[in-house]
Design a protein around this ligand. Structure first.
Ligand code: IPE
Ligand code: IPE
Ligand code: MG
Length: 262
């Protein structure tokens, strides 16, 4: 590394240097993020958990804008898992209120910036006003082409696979599908993500090293990146650090390394 370049305290380059060294030809097409650590961020400040969620929305806004600016085509954010339904009712109500307010407010920005909005998960489990709002934002933004913003809500990877299996079974029974045509490609068409490519990079914040039931089928060959940064503290520079890490990797997909080929 060029020693004259300014560095921050932990010796990693600054945002501008990271941005400059970003290889625009080797960007992940689809980045998925497990936004974790809102509660701990709030606890560190002796604030209620909801303050952490509220602050996390600032990160959501900044990362969406930045991802679009640098040319990421699909950004998926894990916002609420099936398991999160077991949290205290008060936290769930507050989260749903934040979501509603966010979507109402952001629609204009999505239209202005050409962002298409999609929701993944069992959206019908959400309260009526929220699920209707989601469907209407999906509809209004459906012709936008700069970036797809996918929000995983009421989402569980195992449930997604089970839901797909049930639909496959129905189609086999009604002979819409023949067992000889059922391969991985065909099965993918039954998932919530049927028209979304698999993630190239998955980021999890807050230091937890697990996937927590997120995109289980789709992450088969995704590059995983874990950072200790809590989601409300996650900013453009953290995103660039993840991208730099990604660009330093060789994706082999089970093949032999390029350098080791005879
Ligand atoms: C992530 O933050 C947001 C949601 C799961 C909705 P958490 O609420 O899980 O925060 P921690 O993990 O308790 O810090
Ligand atoms: C995963 O975070 C779900 C979301 C970020 C929406 P959790 O905080 O719910 O996951 P665990 O409980 O630490 O595995
Ligand atoms: Mg958590």
């Amino acid at each position: 590394m060029n020693p004259t370049k300014k560095t921050t305290q932990n010796n990693a380059p600054e945002e501008s240097a990271l941005l400059q060294s970003l290889d625009r030809e080797n960007l992940p097409k689809h980045v998925a993020i497990i936004m974790d650590g809102n509660g701990r961020w709030a606890a560190q400040r002796h604030l209620p958990r909801i303050a952490g969620h509220r602050s996390g929305i600032q990160s959501v806004r900044k990362i969406i804008t930045f991802a679009r600016e640098i040319g990421i085509k699909v950004l998926t954010l894990y916002a609420f898992s099936n398991e999160n339904w077991n949290r205290p009712a008060k936290e769930i109500t507050q989260l749903m209120m934040l979501l509603e307010r966010y979507l109402n407010k952001e629609l204009r920005t999505m239209m202005k910036n050409g962002i298409r909005f999609r929701a993944l998960g069992q959206i019908d489990r959400l309260q009526n006003s929220v699920s209707q709002l989601i469907r209407s934002v999906e509809e209004k933004t459906k012709n936008n082409t700069n970036m797809v913003l996918v929000l995983a809500l009421s989402y569980g990877g195992r449930t997604e696979i089970m839901d797909a299996m049930k639909k496959v079974y129905q189609d086999l029974e009604t002979e819409k599908l023949s067992i000889k045509d059922l391969d991985e490609q065909c099965f993918s068409e039954y998932l919530y993500t049927k028209d979304i490519p698999d993630p190239d990079l998955m980021i999890r914040t807050s230091g937890e090293i697990r996937v927590s039931n997120f995109l289980l089928w789709q992450v088969a060959y995704t590059e995983l990146y874990f950072t200790k940064t809590l989601w409300p503290d996650f900013r453009e520079r953290d995103f660039l650090l993840a991208l730099r890490d990604y660009q330093g990797r060789e994706r082999r997909f089970g093949l032999v390394s390029r350098e080791k080929q005879d």
